[in-house]
Design a protein around this ligand. Structure first.
Ligand code: FAD
Ligand code: NAP
Length: 253
């Protein structure tokens, strides 16, 4: 039997729609009366799957001022929750944790000239939430958003990227990475490799330095670790509340 779901912690939301981007990538929009969050934070989604309540963390993709709530997910082979999420229909119930959590937010990031946001896969989501708020644009001269995926078809959210480009043509740089096929527009490499050989900075037309840069990194934990190590060699340090540095990170698993 499913364990009982605490109504103080969980809100029963309703699916508004499910958008399928590829065979494995989906956006789900949900109406739910949750507490307000800071852009970049995550919550948890839960469903009863085979009599068990299964819950997992998911980042908000919508900005805090936007409704409905939006989440971007990849189906994991044999993943208990993601398989069930792909079968949801408009009007179905989905549980959303009321209280948000997470520190991948601009509140944790000191001022600098340039903000770099480095993501793999579905971890572009929290960065889009942040970039849909005014905060980043009030605080940083340039914002570079890198999105690393295996195939070009996995570069979702082109409408959002285009609208950011239109709004901030001189200040926003979107750098796609496609690692498993050639394209005429993307870097074919992994993020840490393209930092080491200078391709990322050449494409952005900016340099990553401790004096000028803040870097947020999110997604595949091996990418996070390798990227962080690469940037630490250049003198960038982890941001801690008592000792501000330059790197703010979140692992997705
Ligand atoms: C803070 C935080 C925020 C997260 N936000 C998101 C989000 O916005 N979107 C999202 O899709 N996932 C996100 N995740 C991962 C998510 O919570 C689940 O792990 C994932 O959706 C799979 O759930 P599952 O039950 O199907 O399989 P699980 O048993 O949870 O995962 C099995 C394995 O699949 C791989 N995996 C898990 N998540 C991903 C992923 N996103 N991309 C590639 N491989 C993955 C890992 O190897 C993992 O060990 C987040 C995780 C954390 C910790
Ligand atoms: N079973 C597992 O252990 C496992 C692990 C990861 C993903 N998956 C599954 O694979 C599917 C797709 O995942 P995804 O493509 O969204 O995520 P992903 O495997 O994290 O790939 C996204 C991007 O990150 C790159 N990357 C992978 N490892 C890296 C590292 N160590 N350092 C730097 N960059 C790295 C990939 O490059 P490359 O193309 O060079 O790898 C790719 O460009 C999902 O279904 C997921 O569940 C399974």
């Amino acid at each position: 039997m499913a364990k009982s779901i605490d109504p103080d912690r969980w809100c029963e939301g309703r699916v508004v729609d499910l958008r399928q981007w590829t065979d494995k990538l989906f956006s789900i929009r949900v109406e739910a009366d949750v507490q307000s969050f800071i852009a970049g934070q995550f919550t948890k989604l839960g469903l009863i799957v085979e009599d068990e309540f299964v819950e997992r963390p998911y980042s908000y993709v919508n900005a805090p001022h936007e409704q409905p709530l939006e989440f971007y997910f990849v189906t994991v082979p044999d993943g208990p929750l993601t398989g069930a999420m792909t079968r949801l229909k408009p009007g179905d119930a989905i549980w959303v944790m009321r209280k948000p959590t997470g520190f991948l937010t601009l509140d944790e990031v000191p001022d600098a000239r340039h903000l770099w946001m480095l993501s793999t896969g579905t971890a572009i989501g929290p960065f889009l939430s942040i970039l849909k708020t005014e905060n980043a644009w009030q605080r940083f001269e340039h914002v570079v958003l890198a999105h690393a995926v295996r195939l070009a078809s996995e570069l979702s959210f082109s409408e959002t990227i285009t609208s950011l480009n239109d709004r901030y043509p001189d200040r926003f740089r979107f750098i796609p990475f496609v690692s498993r096929e050639d394209t005429h527009f993307a870097i074919r490499a992994r993020i840490p490799v393209a930092i080491e050989d200078g391709r990322l900075e050449r494409k952005a037309g900016l340099q990553i330095t401790p004096e000028q840069s803040q870097v947020m990194i999110c997604g595949n934990p091996d990418m996070v670790k390798a990227t962080q190590a690469m940037l630490q060699e250049r003198g960038l340090t982890r941001n801690r509340r008592r000792t501000p540095g330059h790197l703010t990170v979140e692992n997705y698993w």
